[in-house]
Design a protein around this ligand. Structure first.
Ligand SMILES: Nc1ncnc2c1ncn2[C@@H]1O[C@H](COP(=O)(O)OP(=O)(O)O)[C@@H](O)[C@H]1O
Ligand SMILES: [Mg+2]
Length: 360
């Protein structure tokens, strides 16, 4: 089943509509398409990945062959889909898009593979969520450009070998650790995307402002960049919300004052924490004395689903050193207390010198 980029959203879980959730929703995909870099040269940041990928593609072009299979891994919103599209564009090859959750049977994959032409790029988003039998079919296709299509059932079933023209698989995953080893090993090149530095986000925001026709001052861009969680998707989204504010409440120009006022209105604070992040920290510190507390209890305390707290808020809070996962539960770090403007209690967890909570 080949799906259009706009429909990929349906195959993914929908998260609460939050400004700082790194996943894209349906409408956002259309806007994103307009902001995506089209060539490797237009990609901002990720210098190492860009150089390595550039080399892989150039070498393939010189040999006149399809490039090796590429695995792109990293958190949402850092540019995996963008790079997949660029790979196809740089090779002047058609791109076929599908996603792990859309491949529920080996037959789904067989149908896609049997329709491939030489040199096509097949992009499988969220590749770790593909059905197991399809995964096995994919190893063989990646290595030998061949699959066995099983016709019939039971003792009468026959496997018909089917040759597939050489193609390039580009897999994207937010959870590289969930990929079975044999599948991971069949990628000739793996790129790990890193969170972006503020000055890189700054460039991305300026570029997007140019494309969207937003008048933007340098300090306004820097303000948005610093609240974007190292994530281009969030930077672009905050830019659009700030633009709305600038048009309605100011003269359309994104100054630092406008950016600050808008982001405060949308409750995205100076470090990029949103209302959910803050209420998690608030509950943890004020109601549970800094923890340790179980994630389910914490979720009830903030009135959210456990999954929302665990998958949306927690990764950012952990990465930024506000919250720690320990065997006994979630614990606030001194930085969390400080960020809430509270004194760090002497008895707070993680202030104990022996650091016993970190074991395990
Ligand atoms: N390196 C980059 N330079 C400029 N814009 C980027 C970059 N990476 C991502 N973006 C922007 O962020 C948005 C999300 O990127 P995307 O490739 O969809 O992320 P992912 O597939 O990893 O979730 C895109 O619309 C694109 O405009
Ligand atoms: Mg994507």
């Amino acid at each position: 089943m080949i799906v259009h980029e706009d429909d990929l959203a349906e195959a993914e879980e929908t998260y609460l509509a939050s400004l700082t959730v790194a996943e894209a929703d349906g409408d956002e995909r259309t806007i994103e398409a307009a902001l995506r870099p089209r060539t490797l040269d237009e990609v901002v940041g990720q210098a190492r990945v860009r150089d390595q990928l550039g080399l892989v593609l150039e070498a393939a072009r010189l040999r006149g062959r399809a490039p090796d299979h590429v695995l792109l891994s990293g958190p949402p919103g850092l540019g995996k889909t963008t790079l997949a599209m660029i790979i196809a564009a740089e090779m002047s090859s058609p791109l076929r898009l599908t996603s792990g959750p859309a491949i529920t049977h080996a037959g789904d994959l067989a149908a896609i593979l049997s329709g491939m032409n030489e040199g096509d790029v097949l992009f499988v988003d969220e590749i770790h969520r593909m059905a197991r039998p399809a995964e096995e079919m994919l190893y063989m296709a990646m290595e030998d450009f061949r699959v066995d299509v099983v016709i019939g059932k039971g003792p009468g079933a026959t496997a018909i070998p089917l040759d597939i023209p050489p193609f390039t698989l580009v897999g994207a995953t937010t959870r590289a650790g969930l990929l079975p080893g044999p599948l991971r090993d069949r990628f000739g090149f793996t790129a790990h995307l890193e969170f972006y530095e503020p000055h890189e986000l700054d460039l991305i925001i300026h570029r997007s402002a140019g494309l969207l026709g937003v008048e933007l001052e340098g300090e306004g861009a820097a303000e948005i960049a610093s609240r974007s969680r190292g994530t281009p998707r969030i930077a672009n989204r905050l830019l659009r919300r700030v633009r709305d504010y600038a048009q309605v409440k100011a003269d359309g120009v994104v100054t630092i004052e406008v950016a600050r006022a808008a982001l405060d209105l949308y409750e995205v604070d100076a470090l990029g924490l949103d209302r959910l992040d803050r209420s998690v920290l608030d509950a943890l510190c004020r109601r549970f004395g800094g923890g340790p507390v179980g994630i389910s209890t914490l979720a009830v305390a903030v009135g959210e689903e456990r999954e929302t707290v665990e998958e949306v808020a927690e990764p950012f809070l952990v990465r930024n050193g506000f919250l720690a996962r320990t065997p006994r539960g979630r614990v606030a770090t001194p930085a969390a207390w400080q960020h809430l403007g509270l004194a760090v209690p002497a008895a707070a967890p993680l202030t104990e010198p022996d650091g016993t909570l970190f074991d395990g």
